[in-house]
Design a protein around this ligand. Structure first.
Ligand code: ZN
Length: 71
């Protein structure tokens, strides 16, 4: 946290990389710093992102770009 910006509601793209696996999840609701772009996910959102990552890894994909599904 840069302590210079203000956190506003917005949408971010969360990326996750592990070895040859890469996933980008778009349209993830978050609170975004208007100064440095750092973002914070609410706990339920973070859980959904985590399960989407696990699902993609289970499916054995190398690269996945997706949107976060509505709850
Ligand atoms: Zn910041």
């Amino acid at each position: 946290m840069c302590n210079k910006g203000t956190l506003s509601p917005g949408k971010v793209t969360v990326t996750h990389e592990k070895g040859t696996f890469f996933i980008a999840i778009r349209d993830v609701p978050a609170r975004v710093c208007d100064h440095c772009g750092h973002y914070f996910l609410a706990a339920p959102i973070a859980l959904r992102v985590e399960s989407a990552v696990k699902q993609a890894m289970t499916n054995g994909v190398d690269v996945e770009v997706m949107r976060l599904q509505a709850a």
